[in-house]
Design a protein around this ligand. Structure first.
Ligand code: DC
Length: 222
């Protein structure tokens, strides 16, 4: 008889600029497991939507595209869509403007959640970061984390990631996306039941990673 092997999944959710990506990548390295940026998957679908000239609110066509498209989010952050490198474009203003609307389409979410579960199953687990990992994708994750930071800290971090971004525009964009992601009907951003909440505003990345690595080790009862 074969028993299902328990996956070692760490679920990290939180709003834009809360430190999720950097923390998740470093925590995965520390634990010796893989890392998945699920936001990059929503961005890859949005890139394809725009490249094909679809409107983000063409729900049926967008859903069909999400189901049929071939894309890959690699461990080093490279994102390819239908074999084309889209790593830079998925972070650009056009995709960033449209992504929340595409991510609100229920059929898109169903498809990407299923791809995320499969990704983890094939690897025996991993650190996954996004908006609904602890609440929907892996409600039974070994550790669930909800990262936050004060709004002005989050905007300053995002503006600092890309040198030609203006702080006020970034702050406005983050506020708009937070409201949309938290207010949408399907799987809104929220702290999952059982998730630990950590405000990263006054912590270094190394401190956050050390706290979370400790938490994961405490769950490992052998
Ligand atoms: O983390 P990010 O900014 O790259 O995410 C892009 C968008 O994708 C964000 O506005 C919300 C959405 N998203 C989501 O709805 N669910 C996820 N698991 C990850 C991202």
């Amino acid at each position: 008889m074969s028993f299902p092997v328990e996956l070692l999944v760490v679920a990290i959710d939180g709003p834009a600029g809360s430190g999720k990506s950097t923390v998740a990548r470093m925590l995965a390295a520390e634990l010796g497991i893989q890392y998945l940026d699920t936001g990059a998957m929503y961005r890859a679908v949005t890139f394809a939507v725009l490249a094909q000239g679809l409107e983000p609110d063409d729900v049926d066509e967008v859903a069909e595209l999400a189901r049929s498209i071939d894309f890959d989010v690699a461990a080093d952050g490279t994102v390819t869509v239908e074999g084309v490198d889209a790593t830079t474009q998925i972070r650009g203003p056009a995709v960033t403007r449209a992504v929340s609307e595409v991510a609100a389409v229920e059929a898109v979410r169903l498809e990407l959640v299923s791809r995320q579960r499969e990704w983890a199953r094939l690897r025996g687990g991993g650190v996954l970061e996004g908006r609904d990992i602890g609440s929907v994708v892996f409600p039974d994750a070994r550790l669930k984390v909800y990262l936050t930071a004060r709004a002005e800290v989050r905007a300053a971090r995002r503006a600092g990631e890309v040198s030609d971004l203006n702080y006020d525009e970034v702050a406005a964009d983050i506020a708009r996306r937070d409201a949309f992601d938290q207010g949408r009907k399907v799987d809104p951003l929220r702290r999952a039941d059982g998730a630990i909440e950590l405000d990263t505003s006054d912590l270094t990345i190394d401190e956050v990673v050390a706290i979370l690595a400790d938490q994961v080790r405490q769950t490992d009862v052998g």
